[in-house]
Design a protein around this ligand. Structure first.
Ligand SMILES: Nc1ncnc2c1ncn2[C@@H]1O[C@H](COP(=O)(O)OP(=O)(O)OP(=O)(O)O)[C@@H](O)[C@H]1O
Length: 689
């Protein structure tokens, strides 16, 4: 395909005449007669990373359009791809390129990106043939100008004139903040931690971070703004709850029974909470009784308030001293979460519930100016909400003393304890001054808790901790209608556009596997006149927050995201989640689809299943679907039964899921740390922190 053909390709996508309708039966197993062909390509067709690279650079930077595919082109591309030289003659999405696009000069930068942890997966799926020398070579080139740097003009968005522009072309491939309190991916693909302090003192990791997030609105209406619970909110009461461990206090049935102080009760009322959710019914009395807790409840079911309310109640009862300016602050509570946007959200909840009290909550996270974080803290800090890297940096700078910590909360605890963040969490609990687990109260919350992680959690929790399981541990929220479509890699964009056109303006999150694909798909959708923004770890923090703001406000009803947005984010009116790429881990799937169907509202999730790359997830996916009483396509079952997944045994959840408190089973506690069998989170994104 000649270069000039690209433009036409973008503006005239090959759309199928089929217009999808969001009805369960229409999406199941192709029952509607719609055919979703398996990609007939050989395994080299999965080798889409470089094709994406190519597309992103030559397609957009040079104003060429997305190409549609044909078998002939595919074959040619495949032949080229077997040459083994990445970047040679490959384009995105099976379009096929006859000539070497990479000799155009700028190699743009996807080479270095693919070394990021998020892309490690992609490497598994096709980057593996890339030669180290090439990688180095292109890495070097990339740092001097990203693909979305000065070469590529902003692309027009949808009809409203939005623009989509990833990275702000600051010359840093990492969007300008990398190196500060961020994970640095080593050559082996393993993450290590880079001291933010080091970064800010001008080391080689990147330019100084200057971003100061705007303060949240201070008016009461904004503080207490909330969305309505949905029609299924009352159905929460029918979910079975299991509490394990000794001497669990009884659940409470109403907020009044919690006997909270008047100010807290007022705040609860202003937040629109009239009725407890199950995880709140059980967790609040447990925390009020001073017990350690591991709680697992479905996405969107109110876990944040389940820990915040009793902690604040304790603080009020203990007669907490009003926060005041001090160079060294000694917070009573530390809350950690894996992503910046999530910790900010938790902070806003803490601020809401502590409104009118002397408790001061503060949030600090990576990607923002360290000095700003410190200034927030020194003004007074009772509840510190932090991402792990920034927290460790602040502790290192001796702005935070840990002696007074009575409550340590790990939200998304399974993520906080996996190989990405686990070592950092271990460092935290062994920091000088941090009260031992016997002296503090440790609380862990998530919608998923793999067995292996539960065992690791023992190191953080008192041995008599209580385990609350609301419904099935690791199960998907039943308010989300799940549909799995068999869509080959090269039909995905078409299908996505079809679905989005049918959805109209309803808010939709589209998950993809890599940062560069997020850019690519977002740009592509903008070309299709679908107002889209994106969030991923290569965007500057300012851009991430802007993107989230535009999505929340409805300005951009489509948010293309990597796994950085999979957990915890509570955004009103997200009616659809589309897994353009399925994640490698089923837990990740559960979290992603949990961005919709929250708080008793209903939502829909559609996932593109490409048999070439997603077979490994077929078994756990079937299990998740059937547990949530969703239709399971026959073809998916077939794939599931014909695929061997180590550690997964169809009827029981093996070690992929934990259906119970692992202390009940025969599993032994591993106190030595991270066992060899523990798998790293395969969706290890990028700049989680
Ligand atoms: N008792 C309640 N009554 C009304 N709304 C509630 C109640 N509890 C929580 N909510 C609201 O429900 C939404 C989801 O809560 P939250 O974000 O805490 O869920 P979560 O369980 O932490 O989800 P995730 O697993 O995705 O992190 C929020 O908007 C929250 O304000």
């Amino acid at each position: 395909m000649g270069d000039e053909d690209w433009e036409a390709e973008i503006s005239k996508p090959h759309m199928s005449s089929y217009v999808p309708v969001f009805e369960k039966d229409r999406y199941s197993s192709g029952a509607n007669g719609d055919t979703f062909n398996r990609t007939p390509a050989s395994s080299s067709d999965m080798d889409d990373g470089p094709r994406r690279d190519h597309f992103m650079r030559s397609g957009f930077a040079s104003g060429r359009s997305l190409g549609n595919r044909d078998a002939g082109e595919s074959n040619k591309r495949e032949n080229l791809s077997t040459i083994g030289s990445f970047g040679v003659g490959k384009g995105f999405a099976n379009r096929g390129f006859l000539n070497n696009k990479f000799d155009e000069g700028d190699s743009s930068g996807f080479w270095r990106e693919s070394n990021d942890s998020e892309d490690n997966q992609t490497q598994d799926r096709g980057f593996s043939r890339r030669g180290g020398n090439e990688l180095e070579q292109h890495e070097g080139t990339q740092r001097t100008g990203g693909p979305f740097g000065s070469k590529r003009p902003p692309l027009s968005g949808g009809g409203n004139g939005d623009t989509y522009q990833s990275r702000s072309g600051n010359g840093s491939g990492r969007g300008g903040y990398k190196g500060l309190n961020e994970e640095v991916v080593t050559g082996s693909g393993k993450k290590s931690w880079k001291s933010e302090a080091e970064g800010e003192s001008g080391d080689t990791q990147g330019p100084k971070v200057t971003y100061i997030p705007p303060p949240p609105p201070e008016d009461e209406d904004s503080i207490f703004a909330h969305y309505q619970t949905g029609i299924n909110f009352d159905k929460y009461d029918t979910i079975l709850v299991e509490v394990s461990g000794h001497d669990a206090p009884p659940a409470i049935l109403t907020f009044e029974e919690a006997n909270l102080c008047q100010t807290l009760n007022n705040n609860i009322a202003k937040a629109g909470y009239t009725k407890l959710t199950p995880v709140q019914k059980y967790s609040i009395p447990i925390i009020l009784a001073g017990r350690d807790l591991m709680a697992c409840a479905q996405t969107g079911s109110g876990k944040t308030a389940a820990f915040l309310l009793p902690i604040l109640a304790h603080m009020m009862r203990d007669g907490i001293t009003a926060s005041r300016f001090k160079e060294l602050q000694e917070p009573e509570c530390i809350i950690v979460a894996p992503t910046r946007e999530l910790i900010n959200q938790i902070y806003l909840e803490a601020r809401k519930f502590s409104f009118g009290t002397c408790v001061r909550a503060v949030v600090v996270y990576g990607g923002t100016q360290l000095g700003h974080s410190i200034r927030q803290i020194v003004q007074g800090c009772n509840v510190l909400c932090a991402t792990p890297g920034r927290l460790m940096d602040i502790i290192g700078k001796q702005k935070i003393g840990l002696k007074q910590v009575k409550y340590l909360v790990l939200d998304e605890a399974d993520r906080m304890l996996d190989m990405g963040f686990g070592p950092e969490m271990k460092k935290l609990i062994s920091c000088p001054g941090m009260p031992s687990k016997e002296q503090r109260q440790t609380l862990m919350f998530s919608a998923t808790f793999p067995e292996e992680i539960q065992r690791l959690a023992g190191e953080f929790l008192k041995s008599n901790y209580l385990f609350v399981a609301v419904g099935q541990v690791g199960g998907a929220c039943r308010d989300v209608q799940q549909t799995i479509l068999q869509v080959g890699q090269y039909s995905k964009r078409e299908k996505l556009v079809e679905i989005l056109r049918n959805i109209g303006d309803e808010r939709t999150m589209v998950f993809v596997e890599t940062k560069k694909k997020a850019d690519f798909i977002a740009t592509f959708l903008c070309q299709e006149k679908i107002s889209t923004t994106s969030i991923h770890g290569d965007r500057e923090q300012r851009e991430r927050e802007q993107a989230l703001g535009d999505f929340r406000s409805g300005k951009c009803p489509v948010l293309v995201a990597t796994s950085v947005a999979a957990r915890g984010l509570d955004i009103e009116n997200v009616q659809h989640v589309i897994n353009f790429d399925l994640p490698s881990a089923i837990d990740e799937y559960v979290h992603r689809i949990g961005r919709t169907g929250r708080c008793g509202n209903t939502g829909r999730a559609v996932s593109f299943f490409d048999p070439e790359s997603d077979s490994h997830i077929a078994q756990p996916l079937v299990k998740i679907l059937s547990d949530a009483q969703q239709d399971v396509p026959a073809w998916l079952e077939e794939i599931a039964f014909s695929t061997f997944v180590p550690g997964f045994s169809g009827s029981t959840r093996g070690n992929v899921f934990a259906s119970v408190d692992t202390r009940k089973g025969k599993s032994t506690l591993n106190t030595t740390g991270f066992s060899s069998s523990q798998t790293p989170n395969p969706v290890d994104d990028e700049s989680w922190d």
